[in-house]
Design a protein around this ligand. Structure first.
Ligand SMILES: N[C@@H](CCC(=O)N[C@@H](CS)C(=O)NCC(=O)O)C(=O)O
Length: 230
């Protein structure tokens, strides 16, 4: 049995984040594809949120941990992966801010903007998951697309600010989280700023197959939803 067991859904960028990370960090891991297998009493006993990615690892007090950024931070601390998650408090605070801002602000907008196109169920409480009509749902999607500009600019102007990566010269766990997330914007007709293409290209060039191999699952899914129905 591997040191790290990760339950995943392959078309998901939340899952892609951890899938890239464990490869880039060279950790011992196995992946369990739980497509169609969540929601069981066994899965919920480990993960009452019923969300993936889910890490199972011997050092965890309850044996399991969800939330992609928490999983990466824990594994960095456990394996002294300071290059991905610096020990310096100021630099670490910037990585944390970039990740919390992503989970709290950018990702909900990405989900509202892309999940209808990706045919993913939207989170409870969203207009898209309600009984609202198609017009209101389409408006919510358009509003989310329009609102993406501000957080994207914040990443460029504040977190990157002329550096190649949020982590500086090398990708941090916040960079892995951001690049993976931006993969979904290719599903919709969103005018990606030029820096996004350069940034994602630099991450993929630096991480190589650790990025490209799991990203192929997300890209394949995105291509399938964009392909004209035959
Ligand atoms: N903030 C969480 C989000 C986790 C999440 O929403 N996971 C989705 C996959 S993208 C999930 O498991 N959804 C339940 C389902 O698809 O049944 C993280 O970063 O890990």
């Amino acid at each position: 049995m591997a040191a790290n067991t990760i339950s995943i859904l392959k078309p998901s960028v939340n899952n892609l984040t951890v899938r890239i990370f464990v490869r880039a960090a060279g950790l011992d891991f196995e992946e369990v594809d739980v497509w169609g297998k969540k929601g069981t009493p066994e899965f919920l006993s480990k993960d009452p949120a019923d969300l993936t990615p889910l890490l199972e690892e011997a050092g965890l007090p309850k044996g399991s941990l969800w939330e992609s950024c928490a999983i990466m931070a824990y594994l960095c601390d456990k394996h002294d992966l300071d290059g991905f998650y610096p020990r310096d408090l100021g630099r670490r605070a910037m990585i944390n801010s970039a990740m919390f801002y992503l989970i709290g602000t950018l990702y909900p907008l990405v989900a509202r903007a892309t999940y209808p196109t990706l045919a993913f169920p939207q989170y409870p409480g969203e207009v898209g998951s309600s009984q609202a009509g198609d017009e209101l749902k389409a408006r919510a999607q358009q509003d989310a697309m329009a609102a993406l500009a501000q957080p994207l600019e914040a990443y460029q102007r504040f977190f990157l600010d002329g550096q190649q990566f949020i982590g500086g010269d090398a990708p941090s766990i916040a960079d892995i989280r951001l690049a993976a997330t931006l993969e979904f914007l290719r599903a919709i007709d969103y005018p990606l700023p030029a820096w996004v293409d350069e940034y994602m290209g630099a991450i993929e060039a630096t991480l190589g197959d650790a990025y490209a191999e799991p990203a192929a699952d997300v890209r394949g899914y995105v291509a399938s939803v964009k392909a004209p129905a035959s």
